[in-house]
Design a protein around this ligand. Structure first.
Ligand code: HEC
Ligand code: HEC
Ligand code: HEC
Ligand code: HEC
Length: 210
């Protein structure tokens, strides 16, 4: 075979090979990689910056319904409510207040309504030293019994502070105890931890938030 014949043979073979590869490509013979599963979005509840509870002050600011705090809409000014107890000296919460679940402390140690409310003026709270506090000042009431936690709170160690590090730039907003703790059952309920960062690898994909 002469040189010219060999060249056309090689070129012909190459043409066949490349046509084959092209056809295989068009027909998608090697297949495509499986599409990656979608990365689940983080549950919106983890992104909320709202506090766990809406306090009296929040209701006032939002101009919401304050009828729960209108004590003298139902009680008589001249007649302080009488506390009722069962045979084990456990306080009975009357039907009219059934939305209140009393459980202050591990053994209900602080369930007596008048440890906090003033029986002679239901519209105010009464700490240990006997002065009257407005409902919006309830943090001082908590502080009258929980001194160490209150000092932590004042220092910004307990609770939540938002706003500016540099106080010259703007005010800070320190959330009240009752923004997180129900005054009647203050134990903080546990909550699901937020998911960790997503590694983008399928095998270690974070489980969908729930
Ligand atoms: C919707 C009506 C209503 C409102 C509003 C209301 N109360 Fe009462 N409350 C009652 C009734 C009814 C009772 C049971 C009879 C009684 O003791 O007078 C009661 C009982 C109580 C008792 C006695 C609890 C016990 O163990 O027997 C306390 C303390 C009390 N209320 C405080 C308050 C305070 C403080 C407010 C306002 C922040 C308030 N109530 C608002 C209807 C109401
Ligand atoms: C540890 C202190 C404490 C004790 C004990 C306590 N309260 Fe309260 N209570 C508060 C505070 C503080 C608020 C205001 C909370 C807020 O700003 O959201 C409040 C709010 C209320 C309200 C209006 C809002 C609501 O939840 O309906 C009623 C009614 C009430 N208390 C009744 C009672 C009764 C009845 C008892 C006894 C069975 C009692 N409280 C015991 C501290 C206390
Ligand atoms: C009259 C005193 C008194 C006042 C006022 C008071 N507490 Fe308490 N608190 C107690 C006692 C007593 C305990 C129980 C300690 C124990 O069981 O070891 C307690 C327990 C607690 C606990 C732990 C609950 C648990 O089961 O782990 C929290 C949280 C708490 N209080 C928050 C508050 C908040 C918020 C306020 C204000 C709305 C408040 N307290 C007002 C006396 C008080
Ligand atoms: C931003 C929310 C938030 C605020 C505001 C807040 N707390 Fe707490 N507090 C918590 C949480 C969450 C826990 C539970 C920690 C745990 O279970 O390990 C807790 C625990 C506690 C305990 C249980 C004992 C302890 O120290 O672990 C007490 C008592 C208490 N808080 C009192 C207060 C008082 C009093 C105030 C106001 C001066 C306050 N808290 C304000 C979120 C808050």
């Amino acid at each position: 075979m002469n040189n010219g014949g060999r060249t056309s043979l090689v070129l012909g073979a190459l043409a066949v090979i490349f046509t084959g590869i092209f056809a295989a490509f068009l027909a998608d013979l090697p297949g495509r990689p499986a599409p990656r599963p979608l990365i689940p979005l983080v549950d919106k509840s983890f992104l909320s910056t709202a506090t766990v509870r809406i306090s009296y002050s929040d209701l006032v600011k939002a101009k919401e319904d304050l009828s729960d705090f209108d004590c003298y809409g139902c009680h008589q000014k001249s007649k302080p409510p009488v506390l009722t107890f069962d045979e084990n000296q456990k306080l009975i919460v009357p039907k009219a207040h059934r939305d209140i679940v009393m459980g202050h402390g591990s053994h209900g140690r602080n369930n007596n309504c008048f440890n906090c409310h003033n029986e002679n003026n239901l519209l105010v709270l009464q700490p240990r030293d006997g002065r009257d506090l407005k409902f919006s000042e309830s943090t001082l009431l908590c502080g009258s019994c929980h001194g160490p936690t209150f000092r932590d709170w004042e220092a910004g160690v307990h609770g939540r502070t938002s706003g500016y590090w540099n106080r010259d730039l703007g005010a800070i907003d320190r959330k009240d105890c009752v923004n997180c703790h129900d005054p009647h059952s203050p134990k903080f309920p546990s909550r699901a931890p937020a998911p960790g960062p997503h590694s983008l690898h399928e095998s270690t994909a974070a489980p969908a938030a729930h």
